[in-house]
Design a protein around this ligand. Structure first.
Ligand code: HEM
Length: 396
């Protein structure tokens, strides 16, 4: 079996489950070459991904959680300050600043409003009978929600979301300089938010972040910018891709869609978890070994890169009965699409509310779904999902 988990070509039709299955069965912790880099261990079993994600003392999130190292000199000023790329105790201090905004009860307080947004999004396309489901429906929700959380105009949420899409694409799939230009625009925008919210503070997250303290001092501008980019970045095309990939999976499994529609309210929770397992929008995150260790029978050396493949873990037959079958009624579903351990997805309660609201709105108001053109997948080895999905439907 040819294994290539770096080429975006391996991810053009969704995640490479053929490669994952082979690796999990034959080399669950496999050495993978990396042109221009030191290479990495690819981890595909659920138990091993779980263990790596939780053991931050052995598997550090510094200097980066992306497979490629940050360009020389960059980690000290930029990426290093994003909490996604910190270990406890520094990570815990930063996460504590925003944790209360993202608890289950806090997310539930937003539910009614999120439902209203979902209605508005479907209202905008329903009469046309045709749309690009990714940009016009699935992508609208997370960009509006993050804009609202931060206290920004909704249209700005759309622009920010377009920037995150560029940042998640492989550089070779973009025009030269596009990725750097997107990052520069993000910085510029976040700096504008600092100026605006300092002048006119409100009670949204951006203003609260600017007012809070770590170790008795305010966040630096750079720390704020990094927080801002993380929040915008993490909640955007993950949720979008899950919604678009989820609808696609339902269209490909009409028996499952029919089962769901028999009692949508009661069946949505298990269906949503199964669609999260199925789509696993975050393909992977990297850790770096701080000391020699043993993992899945392999000797890991201090300094080695160790990459957790969430989509592979979520199809592990040791954990999931018939893992390659989409079963919306699955009762036991310990998927790790949101990760596990200290970095487990901060936005998962909000994401679940967004997903439920959008699926409920789409599935009750639209019917007879049909692709109106080819689905194009994001050219990325980091985030998985359709980039465009031309859809025809009838209003029901
Ligand atoms: C379907 C949607 C989503 C998926 C699949 C997803 C997945 C993930 C994963 C896999 C991680 C890393 C977990 C780990 O390393 O163990 C993560 C972290 C994170 N997510 Fe999400 N996410 C989603 C939606 C969101 C949303 C809506 C937000 C914010 C509104 C968000 C904010 C974050 C943040 C801030 C982190 C970093 C947490 C930390 O470093 O402590 N995510 N997410």
């Amino acid at each position: 079996m040819k294994i290539d988990l770096l080429s975006t070509g391996s991810f053009v039709g969704g995640q490479p489950h053929g490669q994952f299955d082979w690796l999990r069965a034959n080399q669950p912790v496999a050495w993978h070459e990396e042109p221009g880099g030191r290479g990495f261990w690819a981890v595909t079993r659920h138990a091993d991904v779980w263990a790596v994600d939780r053991d931050f003392q052995t598997y550090s999130s510094e200097p980066s959680v992306m497979i490629a190292d940050p360009p020389a000199g960059e980690s000290a000023v930029g990426a290093n300050k994003m909490m996604l790329m910190m270990d406890p105790p520094a990570h815990t201090q930063f996460r504590r600043l925003v944790r209360s905004e993202f608890t289950d009860p806090a997310a539930r307080l937003r539910a009614e409003h999120i439902h209203a947004l979902a209605k508005r999004i479907v209202d905008a396309v329903i009469a046309r009978g045709e749309c690009d489901f990714v940009s016009e429906v699935a992508g609208e929700m997370p960009s509006f929600v993050i804009a609202e959380l931060m206290g920004l105009p909704l249209d700005d949420g759309r622009e920010l979301y377009k920037l995150t899409e560029i940042l998640h694409s492989a550089p070779e799939a973009l025009p030269p300089g596009a990725s750097q230009a997107a990052m520069a625009r993000m910085f510029e925008y976040a700096s504008g938010v600092i100026a605006e919210k300092r002048a006119r503070p409100d009670d949204h997250l951006a203003s609260r972040l600017l007012a809070c303290e770590v170790e008795g001092r305010r966040l630096t501008d750079m720390e704020f910018v990094m927080f801002f980019i993380l929040l915008v970045d993490a909640g955007g095309d993950t949720t979008r891709n899950m919604l678009a990939g989820g609808l696609l999976a339902l269209m490909e499994n009409p028996d499952q869609l029919a089962w769901l529609m028999v009692d949508l309210d009661a069946r949505l929770p298990s269906a949503r978890e199964e669609l999260l397992r199925w789509t696993s929008p975050v393909i992977c995150f990297r850790r770096s070994a701080t000391r020699d260790a043993e993992l899945g029978g392999q000797a890991i050396k201090a300094g080695d890169k160790v990459v957790m493949y969430f989509g592979a873990a979520n199809r592990d037959p040791a954990v999931f009965d018939r893992p390659d079958v989409l079963d919306l009624s699955r009762a036991e579903n310990p998927h790790i699409a949101f990760g596990t351990g200290p970095h487990s997805c901060l936005g998962q309660h909000i994401a679940r509310i967004e997903i439920d609201a959008m699926l409920r709105e789409v599935l009750t108001r639209m019917t007879a779904f049909e692709l109106a053109g080819p689905v194009q997948w994001l050219p990325s080895n980091f985030i998985s999902g359709p980039q465009t999905m031309p859809l025809r439907f009838r209003a029901s």
